[in-house]
Design a protein around this ligand. Structure first.
Ligand SMILES: *Cc1c(COP(=O)(O)O)cnc(C)c1O
Length: 429
């Protein structure tokens, strides 16, 4: 792009645009992207960046896989939007069918929403409505663990870590119950004491709690930590004992990220309500889904008012559903399990040695997720400098320097990513 044009665009950006988690008047640096394919994002000045975080964890097969592009193009020519009340369409039907084939038995009633946060709101409403329909009207709250993240809308903030990024809003949000975060590492030796506080909470407050919501195995945006799958098995059993529903938020972990198609497969359990988003369309367009068990759907539907009271304008948007179908088909067309495993092994090999650096507090790797927890966080300007120096797009979140590359990332690109992470860990100490 002509430098005058890109400068003008960036000036307009600074004048009018608010970026995520940023100041409007003192914005952090931004890069002007013009196109992308595979693992690479191309900038206006012709440079390319390796997308080491799958553009916020959603582009599992990389940017613009031809099959997804073609599916969206073909769908746009036929039907790009139609209201989902009073209408249905093939992309939604096919996507629901494909999704249900991937979920555990009995989890087969799909409600589409337009983003992850909205889908968490829907799941919480479903759980509360289920308890009302089941005759347990007093159960108006949810429980969760500290260190979780479920989205930025009010209902989802209220379920996220109370001391996490939304702390400022704590006073105006509905109150829920929180147990300490699970501490036993993913492959550590299970410590039964780890589950005791949650067990006590559910026993003491069972008549107040409609559901427990948490991210299975990997806590994302508020912790970047992996925990032991046994926690989930204990939780499943305890929820059943008290008639409490289990909601699993697989918005970040679903679609292969941790090495299994869903992270709950590490524990061999199924929730009553499952939230998926991010990778659902292969990251091409925003779409999320709440997948409820037959029991939840039948109880809500069988008791007055008999309806689930939610209906986003763009519910089950045909373009997004077409992208979702193409993305799920792609999972059957290449050895994503093998790719994720080899990314995992390489991340372990190349990140472990960073443990010795003075600014590194911890290294954690599972599937296509690698986390370097720093002691001191480099400022945005330093990060931008290293991004442009190395050609690797990384965006540390507080002290968590992490990578979640697309599954198609080649070994030499993974090496470039871990090299850039090393640079960032070294630059500040
Ligand atoms: C990203 C995320 C959300 C929110 O999804 P949005 O599409 O950003 O609203 C919710 N839960 C988890 C676990 C996430 O990672």
């Amino acid at each position: 792009m002509n430098p005058n044009k890109s400068d003008a665009l960036l000036r307009l950006d600074r004048t009018h645009l608010w970026h995520p988690y940023a100041s409007m008047t003192r914005p952090p640096p931004v890069n002007l992207a013009v196109s992308a394919s595979g693992t690479r994002i191309r900038l206006a000045d012709g440079r390319e960046l390796i997308d080491a975080i799958s553009s916020w964890w959603c582009l599992c097969h990389g940017h613009n896989p031809p099959k997804i592009v073609e599916a969206v193009r073909a769908q746009a020519e036929k039907l790009s939007q139609v209201m989902f009340a009073g209408f249905t369409h093939e992309p939604a039907i096919r996507l629901a069918e494909k999704l249900v084939r991937k979920t555990p038995k009995g989890l087969n009633k799909v409600f589409f929403a337009d983003s992850g946060s909205v889908c968490v709101e829907c799941a919480a409403k479903m759980a509360i409505q289920y308890q009302i329909a089941a005759g347990r009207r007093g159960r108006k709250h949810l429980a969760s663990v500290r260190g979780g993240y479920h989205g930025d809308t009010a209902g989802a903030m209220a379920l996220s870590d109370p001391e996490g990024m939304h702390e400022m809003f704590r006073g105006i949000l509905p109150k829920h119950h929180f147990a300490p975060r699970p501490e036993t590492p993913f492959d550590g030796e299970w410590d039964p004491a780890d589950f005791a506080p949650m067990k006590q909470l559910l026993e003491r407050k069972s008549r107040d709690i409609a559901a427990v919501i948490l991210e299975p195995v990997f806590q994302g945006a508020n912790g970047m930590r992996f925990y032991h799958p046994q926690y989930l098995r204990e939780l499943r059993a305890e929820c059943d004992r008290h008639g409490i529903l289990l909601i699993l938020d697989e918005i970040a972990t679903g679609f292969g990220r941790t090495g299994k198609f869903f992270a709950m497969e590490h524990a061999g359990i199924a929730p009553d309500i499952l939230c998926v988003g991010k990778g659902l369309t292969g990251g091409a367009i925003t779409l999320a889904a709440v997948i409820a068990s037959e029991t939840v759907a039948e109880t809500i539907s069988g008791t007055a008012p008999g309806k689930f009271m939610h209906g986003p304008t763009f519910m089950a948007n045909p373009l997004a559903c077409a992208a979702g179908c193409a993305s799920l088909d792609l999972f059957d067309e290449y050895d994503w399990v093998g790719r994720v495993e080899s990314i995992q092994n390489q991340l372990r090999r190349e990140l472990e040695p960073l443990r010795a650096l003075p600014n590194v507090k911890d290294i954690r790797v599972l599937g296509a997720i690698g986390v370097v927890e720093l002691r001191k966080t480099p400022p945005p300007e330093t990060i931008q400098e290293i991004v442009l120096e190395t050609g690797v797009w990384l965006r540390p979140f507080e002290s968590w320097l992490y990578t979640m590359p697309p599954f198609i990332t080649a070994p030499d690109e993974v090496a470039a990513i871990t090299g850039a992470m090393r640079k960032m860990a070294l630059r500040y100490h």
